[in-house]
Design a protein around this ligand. Structure first.
Ligand code: HPA
Ligand code: ZN
Length: 332
């Protein structure tokens, strides 16, 4: 089997994907028309040309703007279904998707519209495409604690559909400690917890996510290598990192893919995974991230298998389901 064939055919779980970040410009235009919304862009090409980012914030500004076309349950359904077809094409058999309710509720869209639209697509994706999934609700960390608390309250009646809570948006200046009470309440209610940390923020953000928010995974976490104690801790406690190579290059965390530290993370025996983050904005879904990164870092077949293994090990699947996929990987 060729190396490319291995990447294509190996079963994978995606654990770091913002559903709003899978909004392709074509669907953006389609939804704008359907909802009578005027965009400041004249064409799909113009939208793509605007995707030149210098850091996380320059991306977030345009990402929140794009999400404005999402209005109805059907819009969230269509968005999610398009992403699930990408999963099918890339042999992503399990996905744990982030959604940002505050991006929508702050513009008057009902919380239930967002959750039910996404959930219906995931249920159909399970039935028709065989893809299992979970939903993780992220709090926007640039907004205040009270807004996150209100969002958590809204999530309570959808506990059967939302497995956990996360933390995203502008990292620096908004440390995990700001949301200690919100995450405490979420944990008490039975939600799992994850958080973006160590993407642009220094290792103290990762420590806070672990110690104060009790996260089971760190999203990104690539700056952990700056703190030897932290690397030891992550390794000993098998705390996974959901790494997003294309995102990191687009947002200038690393200058180029060849500079990415994913191989170093694997060499330190950390539970690192590959994910696409916001594929419509960063230029690649899962297999592109796998292939591009493997080429740039000269990864070998055992490392690809390790990354796929890690993706299931780090997932919120039941042990039995994890083992079924891991067995498949081992026999490839
Ligand atoms: N970091 C922070 N917030 C985000 C990201 C990210 O990579 N993607 C979407 N929201
Ligand atoms: Zn992210």
């Amino acid at each position: 089997m060729s190396f490319e064939q291995l990447i294509k055919s190996i079963p994978k779980a995606e654990l770091h994907l913002h559903i709003e970040g899978s909004l392709e410009p074509e669907l953006m235009f389609h939804l704008a028309k359907r909802n009578n919304i005027s965009l400041r862009f004249k064409s799909v090409e113009e939208v793509r040309a605007a995707y030149q980012f210098t850091n996380l914030q320059t991306f977030l500004d345009i990402y929140y703007e794009g999400a404005g076309v999402l209005q109805t349950k059907q819009d969230f359904y269509d968005l999610t279904m398009d992403y699930l077809h990408r999963c099918k094409a890339d042999n992503v058999v399990h996905t744990e998707i982030f959604f940002d309710p505050q991006t929508h509720t702050d513009r008057g869209i009902a919380f239930s519209t967002v959750v039910e639209g996404i959930h219906q697509a995931l249920a159909d994706g399970k039935k028709n495409l065989g893809i299992s999934s979970h939903m993780i609700m992220c709090f926007l960390r640039h907004l205040d604690e009270a807004s996150a608390m209100r969002t958590l309250d809204q999530a309570m009646e959808f506990k059967d559909k939302i497995i956990g809570v996360g933390l995203d948006s502008s990292e620096v200046g908004h440390p995990p400690s700001k949301f200690k009470r919100v995450f405490g309440k979420a944990l008490e209610a039975g939600f799992k917890t994850v958080a973006h940390a160590g993407e642009e923020g220094d290792p103290s953000y990762i420590w806070e996510a672990i110690k104060l928010l009790h996260v089971e995974r760190i999203d990104h976490g690539v700056r952990c290598l700056e703190d030897e104690m932290l690397v030891e801790y992550l390794g000993l406690n098998r705390i996974p990192l959901t790494v997003c190579p294309y995102s990191n290059v687009k947002l200038k965390v690393f200058k180029k893919l060849e500079d990415h530290n994913l191989k170093k993370l694997l060499d330190r025996d950390l539970v690192a995974t590959i994910n696409s983050d916001d594929p419509a904005y960063f230029g690649g879904y899962m297999n592109e991230n796998f292939l591009g990164t493997a080429q740039a870092l000269d990864l070998a077949a055992p490392e690809i298998k390790k990354l796929a293994f890690n993706s299931f090990e780090a997932s919120f699947l039941q042990r039995e389901q994890k083992d079924q996929w891991i067995l498949k990987i081992k026999t490839l």
